[in-house]
Write a protein that binds this ligand. Sequence first.
Ligand code: XBP
Ligand code: MG
Length: 259
Amino acid sequence: MTLYRGRNNPVEAVLFDVDGTLADTERDGHRLAFNTAFEELGLDWMWDVELYGELLAITGGKERIRHYIEKYAPTELGRSELSNWITDLHKAKTRHYVALLQRGETPLRPGVARLIRQLREAKIKIAIATTTTPENVTSLLKSTLGEDSPSWFEVIGAGDIVPGKKPEPDIYCWVLEKLGLPAARCIAVEDSENGLRAALAAGLDTVVTVNDYTRQQDFTGAAAVLSDLGEPARPFAVLAGTTHGREWVDAELLMKLKA
Ligand code: XBP
Ligand code: MG
């Protein structure tokens, strides 16, 4: 086993985004949970795959619902206690989303489990920086990596603990502060332009693994843009950047990308 700790190690921690990065959770996860919550509350709203892609520009489920109301259902703006109503609707959505994850049908993306295991073996810290609700993160980790996997992460930064959601850098700054590490010793893994902007604004070098919703976005400033993290038997495709002749993301490549 290779240990990379110490002065010469440029990567002491890897900060992972969740939605779209660890797993493809948006189209067949969050989107379905929103729609089930709308149905439960007697709303005739239906977010199809295309509309949801547009709504993803707004990060945060509650913020996304408010944006939808403003743009597509403005009569709802007259509701008394609108913020509380959105919070309750979002709680129903979270309940449905967690139930969906617990069914175990949402796999991790290629290379995610392998990289996480390798980083742990190498004693490189791992952390989470996401806008999604904390219980969504723990449910996804438990259903994919096992009951104790949330404890593998040195810091889990999620949801409303910071005022500004991505593309604001707040969640990355919060996680770095809890880690007690400067951005210069860490690297982020993201899937979206909003996520990349957040990580770069926090001073983090960032690897992007795209998905169907984010492939066409602007990833200027990323250390590398890849199809996914890759596996030895299933290499990643390089969309931008240099990957030093490597075909899957591991601790060594992350270090080279920072060097
Ligand atoms: C993820 C989000 C989240 C999820 C829904 O963005 O924007 O809002 O879509 O989760 P990122 P909640 O991957 O950039 O962190 O409904 O719990 O907010
Ligand atoms: Mg994401």
